[in-house]
Design a binder for this molecule. Structure first.
Ligand code: SF4
Ligand SMILES: [Zn+2]
Ligand SMILES: [Zn+2]
Length: 325
């Protein structure tokens, strides 16, 4: 059960006159708990149809960490897939990076949630797949001159393991619980570091029969039009039993990502629609960069065979080589 209390505010709902739980500065709407809940569920459904994220009969694999975002996504997708698309049952997929005092507890929440809703659940770990936990990687690399911060190793390895395991499970689609705030933050980070390749890779409407689609499953993010604080509120109204803490590496490493998030939050005070502007910017730029990228040739990794841009070895294999030394 969620331990957060829901606070009602002064004012009446824009739809039914009940007491409100949220006032949205970006839209001017005020919503009571019931209308807010329905609005979030409709938002997820409409995002899926607006961006043509699913087709009937798609086999969907959902990345599940046990936090509020992935639990909100799994709960809604499970209903949508059964009622609307009549597709094969969803499978939840959890990656255990091996982060002490953090991941074990969130995995427990993921297991309980899947049991409660009778959803098939697969858990795989860095240890079993690449031979080391994230904590061990950091111990090996922390003192070296080319140390890249925990999130770089973690995200690169997790992305590959999620993709490959989802393919092994027979998935057509990999659904991730990234919300609007995550997307705005990642987009701004990619701009700051001129990671045009990553922005192009995240384009939604990639052609399905290209060379790279043989390697990577199509990824969807149905929560992309919902700000983080609204997922938090929704999860608590729904009384979801999720793991509330943040990863310790996010606090420990002096990562710029955290500062970028603080910057976006501050901008929201003056310009409440800023995250939506960043989303729209991402949608336009990712299309331009994706189309441009189609005209450029790329190499295949000499070690794993996956497409890898200009280099000979992909980042995933470069990291793995480091740990086996
Ligand atoms: S915050 Fe960084 S290290 Fe922690 S789980 Fe996320 S990507 Fe991994
Ligand atoms: Zn209402
Ligand atoms: Zn490789």
């Amino acid at each position: 059960m969620s331990s957060y209390k829901i606070f009602l505010k002064k004012g009446s709902c824009s739809h039914c006159n009940n007491i409100i739980v949220i006032q949205r500065r970006y839209s001017g709407e005020s919503l009571c708990p019931e209308c807010f809940k329905k609005n979030i569920e409709k938002n997820i459904y409409r995002t899926i149809s607006k961006y043509k994220m699913l087709k009937p009969k798609n086999k969907v694999i959902v990345g599940l960490s046990g936090g509020k975002d992935s639990i909100t996504l799994l709960y809604n997708l499970n209903i949508i897939q059964t009622r609307t698309y009549h597709s094969e049952p969803i499978i939840a997929l959890t990656i255990d990076e091996g982060i002490k005092d953090y991941r074990e507890s969130s995995i427990d929440k993921a297991i309980e949630f899947c049991k409660k809703y009778n959803i098939e659940h697969k858990i795989i770990s860095f240890k079993e797949k690449v031979g080391v936990t994230l904590d061990e990687i950091i111990i090996i690399k922390e003192k070296s001159s080319d140390y890249k911060y925990a999130c770089n190793y973690c995200a690169t390895i997790r992305r590959r393991l999620l993709n490959d395991t989802a393919k092994e499970l027979g998935g057509d689609i990999l659904a991730m619980g990234h919300n609007l705030t995550d997307l705005a933050e990642t987009y701004l980070m990619n701009i700051l570091y001129k990671r045009h390749n990553l922005i192009a890779n995240q384009y939604f409407y990639k052609q399905e029969n290209t060379e790279t689609s043989k390697y990577y499953l199509r990824k969807i993010m149905p929560l992309l039009r919902i700000p983080e604080e609204e997922i938090f509120l929704y999860s608590n109204i729904m009384d979801f039993d999720y793991y509330p803490s943040h990863c310790p590496y996010r606090e420990k490493d002096p990562i710029i990502r955290k500062r970028v998030l603080e910057f976006i939050q501050e901008c929201k005070n003056y310009s409440p629609e800023i995250e939506f502007n960043l989303l729209n910017g991402f949608l336009e730029l990712s299309q331009i960069l994706y189309n441009h990228k189609q005209e450029i040739s790329y190499n295949y990794c000499e070690s794993c065979g996956y497409p890898c841009g200009k280099g000979k070895i992909c980042t995933y294999c470069t990291y793995l080589k480091d740990f086996s030394n």
